[in-house]
Design a protein around this ligand. Structure first.
Ligand code: NDP
Length: 248
């Protein structure tokens, strides 16, 4: 069953990891998919080919999520080409981990700009269109760390907790126009982001997971699909953990 036929979706940071998994899942369900990246052009082109092989229209756009003017141009271009934008998944994110004692101001700023300001940028750029359409689903990717905090990730946890407060507010602001805004909070998911961690840290995380395995991008993408589609028309302002039970 194709849940997203005739829908146009934007995914930030779709060149790899969770974002790539989300792009593929939305395309499998018939959506036109536009995704962004910032540096990995080769990886982005490979994802683009995979999407086209699924038979949908797709575009890969180099667009820095930290910049409001780039978000505005991105949305303008999508509307000019496809005439609508129904689904936005704010997924782009980075880590710059350190204990507060050693955290540099630029590590704080980079993480807040990429993970949190980016969500403001894209949502701001898309809201007028969704208001006119009287339809929209915005899905923001937070983290269990945004719910629980984590030593060594004060910048990341603050950005991900900020996404939750932002999303609940937007759900209240835009709900009367049939625009929904929800959050997915992944736990430990195997991607390049987590591949950079020490094995001891990885083992420590895995020990806290009742389902006793790391998650996959597809585990996250399945929940995004639910929130993006009409399966969740009465769900807004919610935070759904996809974490193998880590938050129990
Ligand atoms: P990856 O590092 O594998 O991928 C990050 C993606 O974001 C890439 O496509 C990257 O593009 C893009 N990106 C980074 N900076 C920007 C920017 N300024 N503008 C546009 N795109 C940008 O990360 P994951 O797939 O692991 O994570 C995806 C999201 O899920 C993030 O928000 C992360 O915080 C969150 N998350 C991840 C978890 C995990 O365990 N992996 C757990 C909880 C949350 P490029 O390739 O060009 O650099």
């Amino acid at each position: 069953m194709q849940l997203l036929k005739d829908k146009v979706a934007l995914v930030t940071g779709g060149s790899r990891g969770i974002g790539k998994g989300i792009c593929l899942k939305l395309a499998e369900h018939g959506a036109t998919v536009v995704f962004t990246y910032v540096s990995s052009e080769e990886a982005a082109n490979a994802v683009l080919q995979e999407l086209k092989d699924l038979g949908v229209s797709a575009r890969a756009v180099r667009s820095d999520a930290t910049k409001l003017n780039e978000a505005e141009k991105l949305v303008e271009d999508i509307l000019a080409e496809f005439g609508a934008l129904h689904i936005v998944v704010n997924n782009a994110g980075i880590t710059r981990d350190n204990l507060l004692m050693r955290m540099r101001e630029e590590d704080w700023d980079a993480v807040i700009d990429t993970n949190l300001k980016s969500v403001f940028n894209i949502t701001k750029a898309v809201q007028r269109t969704m208001l006119k359409q009287r339809e929209g689903s915005i899905v923001n990717i937070s983290s269990v760390v945004g719910v629980e905090g984590n030593a060594g990730q004060a910048n990341y946890a603050a950005s991900k907790a900020g996404i939750i407060g932002f999303s609940k507010s937007i759900a209240k602001e835009l709900g009367s126009r049939n625009i929904r805004c929800n959050v997915v909070a992944p736990g430990f998911i195997e991607t390049e982001m987590t591949a950079a961690l020490d094995q001891a840290v990885v083992d420590g995380w895995k020990a806290t997971i009742p389902l006793k395995r790391a998650g996959t991008p597809e585990d996250v993408a399945n929940t995004v699909l639910f929130l993006a589609s009409d399966l969740s028309t009465y769900v807004t302002g919610q935070v759904i953990p996809v974490c193998g039970g880590m938050l129990i």
